[in-house]
Design a protein around this ligand. Sequence first.
Ligand SMILES: [Fe+2]
Ligand SMILES: [Fe+2]
Length: 277
Amino acid sequence: MTSALKVRTPNFDFREVPVHWATNIELVQMINATNLVPAYIEPFLIKVTRRAKALLDPHADAELIEDLDVFNKQEAQHFKVHAAFNRRMREAGYDGMAEIEAAFEAEYDQMLTQRSLRFLLAYCEGFEAAGGVATESWVNGDFDRHLGPTASEPGEMWRWHLAEEYEHRTVIHRLYHRLYGQPKVIAWPYRLYGFFFSLRHFGGHVDRMTRYLLSVDHASLDAPARAEAAARMKAVRRQMRLSMQMTRKALNVLSPGYDPARLPKPRDYEAVLARYS
Ligand SMILES: [Fe+2]
Ligand SMILES: [Fe+2]
């Protein structure tokens, strides 16, 4: 038996990519700030799943174990690529990122020593489900409508990443339910607790990083230009919140019968992955 999941090793090179790689600078920096998340959460995912794997039955759970092994290799590729992008940003003058990154990483180290495996898996499942909420918009290129003309290397990085998130979307959900799926009356609210906890946790750090990146960008602006930038930022946040497609997907995650296996395949899913096969 072999896993249906595949490991791909794309060759992104960010050395020449401008920090403002599209015209909507406030949106670009919000996306750039989001690179923080996979660079630190995905090494954490790997550590958590290794711990969980030790509790599985090598025979009865053989299929899940094989998928987990490929899942971890995919996540390892993801975090390396996003870490390379963060390095590019630091070298381009945003060296204050390092402090925010270190604080985020330290919180994961603390969770690993202080929280139960059930909590850690619920957190990881919450993160994977949150990725599922954004997948279709990225894979199908809907985000590009908001970005304006773009040097698309970073956008392409997210498309590749989220297409693989779609490919491995069931793995943590299956693992969580295999180990902590009973009784359902507890497994469901606890999964929601993990979802909201993770959203709040990494979302808070992304906000902090966005504010930092834009504080550097806006430092040289005069007062009227700064007010315009603040208005653009507000508009970006409103656009994000009002995406009905994403709201529907987030509500789906809350349902007791939520099963990522049933998420519809993004239109361009195969086309995106074919570029890396
Ligand atoms: Fe990932
Ligand atoms: Fe993932």
